[in-house]
Design a protein around this ligand. Structure first.
Ligand code: PMP
Length: 431
């Protein structure tokens, strides 16, 4: 294979990169582009194939989503089958089996009182919808002052405006949008262990701001973009009790944690409680298509229905997209039709090999939960150099801040998983 002479749809990889640099935004990227992304031509199982012929084991599952790996025959067939019927149709005034079946399935597998499902098109939009549900609920009940949100620092909920307002206030987004973002109430980030002082801090804040709070919005059990921080699920109990006692709604953002990643189907299951609103996305479609959902209880929906405007004021063009719904149904069936708990346990055990990173100078901590593994350094990672080191070990990673981490597809073999762990340890050793 002659490296970079492989043409991708008639364009050489060099030409493609030049066009990319000139015209295409990447996540949090500058324009024109400065860093050359790797050109990926196709992917199968847990492997990404590059235009220069190299293959990389995907340690990222395309940001938590490709839980069954790429080109899974069952998911491919679900998309093809749905393509033969319709790829899209508007959802206003029309409905169809894939979306209705998906909504019913989500109600069945999420914690008990969640009952009504809004099928949106990205994680951020599902958080927007969740926040709208909460604000509209209180407005409809004649309490428009309840419009602020409480969250804990180091959170991440998406890049559109309302979700940005509940992202970490010390992060760049807040300084960029001073005066534009709604002013929310921030608690300290939850500690890993259960601490009574922290419980008191949470309870005090909710009680003090109850009259102006529409909801508490948090990532349960794992704060991912905020540093892959895990916390004791008992904090979720505390939030459930204090929100119920103070007429505040509780929103769980399970966009990253949903569908088994943490060892339970949803992170809320670690605490055995249910929020009033829950967002899912990413792995919902097995990473095949863009789709998310915001689920709410009858209490929240009833509030909205009693308002002057008794409808939920949101309706995107691609709502309930049939292709996304069909592949989401297939992905959920595939996940629940296997011993997914056993697979997550197997990956958790394999990821324990990361403990060896503790011997690397500059490594501060190693954390593993379910199918998530993270090595934290005592200094910022040289992202490009660490990524290069991983690629040299045949693994795709995306180091960030002081972290090198993985959330691999659940179908990863034990051998590939140890390759991922070795690559992380090598990346951590980059000076
Ligand atoms: N919430 C959480 C917890 C996330 O991890 C993400 C995505 N990283 C989002 C929200 C936003 O989802 P999306 O990128 O699909 O808009």
């Amino acid at each position: 294979l002659n490296g970079f002479s492989v043409r991708v749809h008639g364009v050489t990889p060099d030409e493609l990169l030049a066009l990319d640099r000139a015209h295409v935004w990447h996540p949090y990227g500058p324009m024109p582009g400065r860093i050359d992304p790797l050109v990926v031509t196709d992917a199968e199982g847990v492997r990404l194939r590059l235009a220069d012929g190299r293959e990389l084991v995907d340690g990222m599952a395309s940001w938590w989503s490709a839980i069954h790996g790429y080109r899974h025959p069952v998911l491919d067939a679900a998309v093809r089958d749905q393509l033969g019927r319709m790829s899209h149709v508007m959802f206003g005034g029309l409905t169809h089996e894939p979306a209705v079946r998906l909504a019913a399935r989500l109600v069945e597998i999420t914690p008990e009182p969640l009952r009504h499902v809004f099928l949106a098109d990205s994680g951020s939009v599902s958080v927007e919808v969740a926040i709208k549900m909460c604000l509209q609920h209180w407005r409809s009940l004649g309490r428009p002052d309840k419009r602020r949100l409480l969250t804990w620092r180091r959170g991440y909920h998406g890049d559109t405006f309302h979700p940005m307002s509940v992202c970490d206030p010390d992060g760049g987004m807040h300084s960029l949008w001073t005066g534009v973002l709604p002013q929310q109430v921030f608690a300290d980030p939850p500690p890993a262990e259960f601490e009574h002082d922290y419980v008191q801090h949470l309870v005090d804040l909710v009680e003090r701001h109850a009259d102006e709070l529409a909801a508490v919005v948090v990532e349960p059990v794992v704060q991912n973009a905020g540093g892959m921080r895990f916390h004791d699920p008992r904090y979720l109990h505390v939030l459930r009790e204090v929100t119920l006692a103070n007429d505040v709604l509780l929103v769980f953002d399970e966009i990253a944690t949903g569908f088994g990643r943490t060892g339970e189907l949803f992170a809320a299951d670690h605490a055995g409680i249910s929020p009033d609103v829950m967002c899912v996305g990413k792995a919902l479609t097995g990473g095949y298509m863009t789709m998310s959902a915001a689920l709410c209880t009858s209490r929240v929906a009833d509030g909205i229905s009693r308002g002057e405007v008794p409808v939920l004021a949101h309706g995107p063009t691609f709502m309930g997209n049939p292709l996304s719904s069909a592949v989401a149904n297939a992905s959920i069936d595939l996940l629940l039709g296997q011993d997914w708990r056993g697979e997550i346990k197997r990956i958790e055990t394999g990821l324990r090999a990361l403990e060896a990173a503790r011997a690397v100078p500059g490594v501060k901590d190693v954390r593993v939960l379910g199918a998530i593994g993270a090595v934290q350094l005592d200094h910022p990672v040289d992202m490009a150099a660490a990524q290069r080191a991983a690629v040299e070990h045949g693994v795709w990673l995306r180091p960030f801040n002081d972290l090198i981490y993985t959330m691999p597809p659940y179908v990863i073999s034990d051998d590939d998983l140890s390759q991922v762990c070795n690559a992380i340890i090598a990346a951590a050793a980059v000076p």
